[in-house]
Design a protein around this ligand. Structure first.
Ligand SMILES: [Mg+2]
Length: 274
């Protein structure tokens, strides 16, 4: 795996997506429906155009001799000559934000040498709201805009023991039964609207943890999960036998929880568990 070549391609794809976004700035343009994606969500113009930008660069990698398969939110599985290396793509994570002009959405690309999130070796997330680049390579740490993140960063707790800030992704219908444990465990919550970016904030210890109150798909979280782990955080899919065993496909398999410490991960995973 030539990580530098892959990262160059992913960066070029992010530049092209930014160009598409700039050319279609309004909700009316970005939200134009264009059909259903392989993942079952309604595909809108901006999802399709962003995916096309990524695949242009995957085509070039293939032409340059790279062999892999792509797993992407809208197109599903695309064969580029080998199933040993998987490139897992969410062209726009935080699609509703992107459609409506809220500044939290990203392209997320993970590269794995096996079938699960635990097998991800390279992660790339580009935030189009803040223009921040998050990246990680297995065993080499995580970076934010090229600067190595400090894996020793801890969490912040109030004197009463609650963590200061939790990023959470949810459907409104799932929050009711979780209100009591959330109130007991956390002081503030932040709902950013992008799974990948919510996780990345844990990598830099901007929040003390992240949970989802619904099942996640690997396309949304595969890259960011590696970024969290390489940034000194911990990730778990509550309910799965292997804590990082979520398959790299388009099905939602389990909620996800992330934290800076084992104790907090246990606490948050219990809240996220179905
Ligand atoms: Mg998406």
């Amino acid at each position: 795996m030539d990580s530098e070549a892959l990262l160059r391609a992913f960066r070029a794809a992010a530049v092209d997506i930014r160009t598409v976004l700039g050319a279609h700035p309004t909700t009316r343009e970005r939200a134009q429906p264009v059909g259903l994606g392989e993942g079952g969500d309604q595909t809108v113009m901006i999802d399709q155009a962003a995916e096309a930008a990524v695949f242009t660069h995957l085509d070039r990698l293939h032409a340059a001799g790279h062999r892999f398969c792509a797993v992407s939110e809208e197109r599903g599985v695309v064969d580029y000559g080998s199933s040993d290396l998987r490139v897992v793509i969410d062209p726009i994570d935080g699609s509703v934000n992107a459609k409506r002009g809220l500044p939290f959405y990203a392209v997320s690309i993970a590269v794995a040498d096996g079938p699960t999130v635990g097998d991800v070796r390279l992660g790339f997330v580009y935030d189009f709201g803040s223009d921040e680049e998050w990246a990680a390579e297995h065993g080499a740490g995580a970076t934010l805009d090229g600067e190595l993140l400090d894996p020793g960063l801890g969490e912040r707790r109030l004197p009463d023991g609650r963590i200061e800030a939790l990023a959470i992704e949810l459907d409104t219908r799932s929050v009711g039964p979780k209100l009591e444990p959330l109130m007991a465990a956390t002081y503030r919550v932040r709902v950013l609207g992008s799974m990948a970016l919510a996780l990345c904030q844990v990598a830099a210890a901007r929040v003390d943890g992240m949970i989802t109150l619904r099942r996640t798909r690997s396309v949304d979280v595969a890259a960011a999960a590696l970024i969290v782990r390489e940034g000194g955080g911990l990730v778990r899919f509550p309910g799965l036998e292997d804590p990082l065993g979520a398959p790299l496909d388009l099905e939602p398999h389990a909620p996800v929880a992330a934290a800076r410490t084992e104790a907090t991960l246990d606490e948050l995973a219990a809240i996220a568990a179905e």
